[in-house]
Ligand binder design. Structure first.
Ligand code: ADP
Ligand code: RBF
Ligand code: MG
Length: 436
């Protein structure tokens, strides 16, 4: 019965009623489907509807969120990479020690002095945390301007600002550092009139003080504030403040997952944030079941992979040596993408690929696995392959059976095939990078 309904056919009250009935009858998926089909263009109605859906969902919420408080380092900005660079150089130069980024969980989301203490202890440095901080702080600070916005950060901020959702920053970092970090990013300073820093409260995260102070300055009740955080310390703080917390973990390993257990939702990246689940206006920027992204370009000779694409899944993936673009790869969100591929002897083809650790197989390295959507009579190892990646489909997932994984990959293939026929994705087929 529901399948036959067309968009716009129902008056708003009926959408609400149908959705509510579905949820109460335990048909959460159907309810959500109705919600997204009928309500996405009606913002006010959408907020109310979402509230009903969420009441029946396992993300149960008493009231829609009306404010969003962001952590900064590791959530909006990739500052960890800068700390890494500096520590790598400093430890070798001063102490002849090799930086390996170990025990990130001891530093993540901590105040600068606490993070310094963790490094001094872990590397058995012959200095005090205060000395270490004094010697490195300016080096790190000098590079703040190089910190890149994390994938999806600008998109989310623009969206919230456009919809006049009050936003704030709650960070353990020092106030002056925060200002320096925001400055290079267009619109960030202006859009965050409320910033609460670690040196503006008595107790930093995991105490709730930073977030409670941010709520106060936003003139909001804590239960209407949604916190977005990358660190377990920040998640503890957000929950202690009585807020909803979405985690975008900076510690992606399975072993760290339990540290995020108290978050209300865990996402692979900000690209997966669904505002409507929190009573906020939905994004309208998906096109043909994919999200257009800033294109990225990679290339190399096709090499042997794990030897299971064709054999185990019946889906061959032409692997590339990742060494040549390792930095670029480290910055990319793990997930499933679509784009165009060119084989030097064969032409240009549609392509869908996974980027990441293949959780189903629990790989030890981050790889790219491009499946060219074309039947080839034979292998093409050694041939040069160029890829333009132009759209994001979904995060990497684990599956309870191989069959489920295979079905999902075929679905990704269908999405990619269709999306690549329409703008903006279709235009990249003519990109110079694929013509040479
Ligand atoms: P490997 O583990 O060595 O990557 P796969 O079973 O994944 O092996 O097969 C990938 C190889 O199959 C590619 O390197 C390529 O030579 C070949 N191949 C044939 N058709 C395709 C296709 N449509 N997409 C990707 N690779 C293909
Ligand atoms: N592996 C996973 O573990 N989880 C996934 O969600 C997943 N999605 C994929 C989507 C596409 C389009 C492709 C081509 C592969 C995907 N794989 C995924 C990777 C698959 O496990 C990999 O290609 C094989 O392990 C071959 O090495
Ligand atoms: Mg392969």
């Amino acid at each position: 019965m529901f399948c036959k309904l067309k968009k716009g056919l129902l008056p708003h009250s009926s959408e609400l009623l149908l959705t509510t009935i579905c949820i109460q009858a335990g048909l959460k998926e159907l309810g959500t489907k109705i919600l997204s089909q009928y309500a996405s263009t009606r913002e006010l109605g959408f907020r109310n509807l979402t509230f009903f859906v969420r009441k029946g969902s396992n993300l149960a919420m008493e009231e829609p969120m009306s404010n969003v408080i962001f952590d900064l380092d590791g959530t909006l900005l990739d500052t960890e990479r800068i700390v890494d660079e500096v520590c790598e150089e400093f430890l070798v130069a001063k102490y002849g020690k090799q930086w390996d980024g170990r025990n990130l969980e001891k530093r993540l989301g901590k105040k600068p002095l606490q993070a310094a203490a963790a490094i001094v202890e872990d590397y058995e440095l012959p200095c005090t945390p205060e000395q270490f901080l004094a010697e490195t702080v300016d080096l790190v600070r000098g590079r703040f301007r190089n910190a890149k916005a994390l994938p999806g950060a600008n998109r989310l901020l623009k969206h919230l600002v456009a919809h006049k959702i009050p936003i704030a920053i709650g960070s353990n970092s020092y106030r002056s550092f925060i200002a320096e970090k925001l400055a290079p990013h267009s619109g960030w300073t202006e859009n965050f009139p409320v910033i609460v820093a670690g040196d503006e409260v008595q107790e930093p995260k995991p105490s709730p003080q930073i977030f409670l102070e941010a709520a106060k300055r936003l003139n909001a009740t804590p239960s209407c504030c949604l916190v977005i955080e990358d660190s377990p310390t920040g998640i503890t703080a957000g929950k202690a403040a009585g807020m909803k917390v979405v985690a975008v973990p900076s510690l992606p390993s399975k072993a760290s997952r339990h540290l995020y257990a108290s978050a209300d939702q865990i996402l692979s990246s900000l690209l997966d944030f669904k505002p409507e689940l929190w009573g906020l206006p939905p994004f309208q920027d998906w096109i043909a079941n994919a999200l257009p992204i800033e294109p990225w370009y990679i290339s190399g000779p096709v090499i042997r992979g794990f030897g299971r694409g064709s054999k185990v899944l019946g889906i061959p993936t032409a692997n590339l040596p990742t060494g040549a673009f390792s930095k670029q790869l480290a910055e990319q969100v793990c997930g499933i993408y679509l784009g165009w591929a060119r084989l030097s002897d064969k032409g240009v083809f549609k392509m869908v690929m996974s980027v990441g650790w293949n959780p189903y197989f629990d790989n030890a390295e981050k790889t790219v696995e491009p499946w060219l959507l074309h039947e080839f009579p034979e292998d093409f190892y050694g041939e040069e392959l160029r890829l333009i990646v132009v759209g994001y489909i979904r995060p990497e997932a684990n599956f309870s059976s191989l069959e489920d994984l295979i079905n999902k990959i075929h679905e990704d293939g269908r999405i990619a095939k269709a999306a690549l026929d329409v703008p903006p994705y279709s235009a990249f087929q003519e990109d110079k990078f694929l013509q040479q």
